[in-house]
Design a protein around this ligand. Sequence first.
Ligand code: ATP
Length: 652
Amino acid sequence: NPGKNSYHPLKDSTWKMGENVPYMALAKTLELIEETSSRLKMIEILANYFRSVFLLSPNDLLCSVYLCLNQLAPAYIGLELGVGEGIIIKAIAQATGRTADKVKADVSAKGDVGLVAEASKSTQRTLSMFRPAILTVNSVFTKLTEVAVMTGNSSQTKKVDKIHGLLVAAKQLEARFIARSLAGKLRIGLAEQSLLQALAFAASATPPNQPSPPTQLNCFQGLSTEAIKAKVETAAVILKTAYCQCPSYDRIIPVLLREGIAALPLHCTLTPGVPLKPMLACPTRGVGEVLQKFESTKFTCEWKYDGERAQIHLLENGEVRIYSRNQENNTSKYPDIISRFQSWIAPSASVRSAIIDSEAVAWDTEKKTILPFQILSTRKRKDAVEADIKVQVCVFAFDLLFINGESLVEMPLIERRQKLWNSFHRVGGQFDFATSRDPQSIEEIEEFLDESLKGNCEGLMVKGLVKDATYEIAKRSKNWLKLKKDYLEGVGDTIDAVVIGGYLGRGKRTGLYGGFLLACYDENNEDYQSLCKIGTGFSDEDFQTHSDFLKNHIIQKPKPYYRFDQTLSPDHWFEPVQVWEIKCADLSISPVHRAAVGIIDPVKGISLRFPRFIRIRPDKNPENATSAEQIADLYKSQDQIKNRKIEEEEEG
Ligand code: ATP
């Protein structure tokens, strides 16, 4: 199909100004993106699509953005799109006149329900004399939402009917993406960061209230690669900043359409009820490094609690909500926190609205001590009833980001902390402030670290107090350092890796996986890079659990965005769906693994030596796994330590 690569919605589609966007325009855009591996090219394709929507059908921009992300609403609303594969198979069979068994066999052979839906449409017998109406982005979005909200006894049949209707109306390519949307993954390798860049660029190239539509078709026309990069970055900074503070396209898109990208900082700021992406910490390998970093600036050390991050929002209407590290709504998991929250406000304070950053930790009410994370993870994840709760939690607050209509994120920690202390008060076993101390010497830090470990914490968080002390939303910042007990054992931190492949076990592990291929995530290239093989640290039960879970995520071929050496090819490849916490002895340059390739060595990657499984990280998405840059940093800091040791030995 020679014209395919040059498809442009404004030029090549019959879609007219004021009409709804034909779904085919989006499907063709997604297809082009799927076929390219260059990130800049993906951004260009998507920016051109968004620009067309800005110009012709601005009312469809919001649903276009959601469909590209395979979402129906902001992530924190928790409206899941995925339906079971069985339902999609049934609907494909009904819509195309094939048998469900045949469709099912094709899906297992191809490993992609989208391609099967597309192929089934191409061989479809004509079942109706009437041509169904053209699908639009808006109508598909509406139908998918209707499918997602259906619950109850007969919902399965109703879902099949709805999907059947969509697939009957769909053309081949449309069927591919509708089926994939329903299965929960578009499989086009487009990360949200790229979408934000494309949207930013399209918005700045198409400002609102222009007298007549610009004639230039392509956002990037006539620009050099360097110029494109620079322009994309500049526009993206504004949009990404707004998105960090207010991660809701429901709020951002209307501002883009009404007033343009420059107005975002005015309208899309911190809002109680809209969870923000939290600030994260960098690992350190020792107390010496801490003192080096904060050499001439004031810093504070806090206990690093091992529970679950809880962003607690008090809305103006008195409602209290709790969001996780990944902005999921955890409110129904913690009815106990909700019912107690008002009693934590200091009697002398007037608090109408607030956002607190804290850790919810399992609490032994008899011994009045902190319990390990594993105990907390036994709590019901949703719709808990307060009277049935067996594991009590205590909230340890460490930051205040918003109070009474005012955002505090630009203030230094010393002031935020004071406001936190003034506005709330300790309630034994329910609410406390993170234990903190502002030590001066190595000895004092070591002593406090020791105390934190005795108090059942993971170690310390070390934070700038006055200088370099703002709350950096969504950032893993060097102004927050974590000092964990693990640093004593070697690497400075555990590593969170994504499972991308499995090796079949032998002997007593026949029928299960006996080893796995792990990867880190490279945010810049948006790919998964192999990091190590792992077969240690698992109990028999772990092997069984992992095998049961992962066999539902097998794919026939590795993703185009998996980086690995052929010699490591596993027996089965998996979708990137789960993150594991791993310990290792050290990191070394590897001729076969690809982690952080190009950062430390131009062609070689880094791998973990003697990796050991610790636990699953259900609170992390694959894209939150340890990044290639973090792996390179861990490798480098280990090198500095080694070099320092050698120097000391030589001097000594
Ligand atoms: P890990 O939890 O494995 O260290 P992570 O990537 O989840 O890694 P980090 O940024 O590495 O998060 O560490 C910060 C986490 O530690 C926070 O997300 C929070 O849940 C927890 N935490 C516990 N005590 C504190 C504290 N006093 N200040 C900030 N974060 C704390």
